[in-house]
Design a protein around this ligand. Structure first.
Ligand code: DC
Length: 226
């Protein structure tokens, strides 16, 4: 049996994970959040006291490191050497570390086969930055999901405030622009739309409309490929 892979790429804060998770649940596909894997390595680096700019230090953390994925009631959990760090990776500090470690080729290489292998075992919906361009270039469905940096900052700001974190709108917008710059300009696997990806701008869409739009694209593409 041939499994379906859906690749969803785009910048941070476009609602990608929320939309992707909901769409995967609707379809009964396994949802893979690859950003969480980079965040897990970022956390490992941070815990070791290695600076985000220290490429050699980052590389030295990789041997012996295990990044695992587990599912509980359909929800993805990430494991760092067996420890569930799913909540701990959701801070601005670890987002910064994730962005830094993701620019190191050895880190990307480290995660590549795990990510590719996940697509061999079932229908999956994988979200990240390079899924359609590098990890699953043959995916029959590719979506580039984006939104203006202002609307992304607004959403991220609300999310962080609800979690009780102390941030300002300016700092959130600054972080988003900074991460976009890093993700798009890095030498390896930069964030870019695959040629055969469908562009979806969610700036003016509600969450439900974004999920509907993603499901529509997946339905159309899988019909085309039948
Ligand atoms: O989607 P996110 O914010 O959780 O991702 C965290 C960081 O990891 C982000 O700076 C981009 C990077 N990343 C990547 O380089 N490639 C992926 N496939 C997923 C995330």
């Amino acid at each position: 049996m041939k499994f379906v892979s859906v690749a969803i790429d785009g910048p941070s804060g476009a609602g990608k994970s929320t939309v992707a998770r909901a769409a995967a649940a609707k379809l009964g596909y396994v949802y893979v959040d690859t950003g969480a894997m980079y965040r897990t390595i970022g956390l490992a680096v941070c815990r070791k006291g290695v600076a985000g700019e220290d490429t050699e230090g980052i590389k030295s953390v990789l041997p012996g490191l295990r990044v695992g994925i587990a599912y509980e009631n359909g929800a993805q959990h990430v494991l760092l050497n067996g420890e569930d760090v799913s909540s701990e990776i959701r801070t601005p500090e670890i987002a910064y570390y994730a962005s830094r470690v993701s620019a190191v080729p050895e880190v990307r290489e480290f995660l590549l086969s795990t990510q590719r292998d996940m697509a061999k075992n079932g229908n999956i919906l994988m979200d990240g930055r390079d899924i359609g361009t590098v990890i699953l270039p043959d995916a029959p469905v590719k979506i580039f999901l984006t939104a203006s940096s202002e609307s992304r900052a607004e959403r991220r700001y609300k999310e962080l405030i609800e979690k009780g974190q102390q941030v300002t709108m300016e700092s959130v917008l600054h972080d988003i622009n900074e991460r976009d710059r890093q993700d798009m300009n890095r030498a390896i696997a930069p964030l870019r739309q695959a040629e055969d990806a469908v562009l979806l701008d969610t700036s003016a869409l509600t969450l439900d409309e974004s999920i509907e739009a993603v499901l529509r694209i997946i339905r159309e593409k899988t019909e085309e490929n039948k």
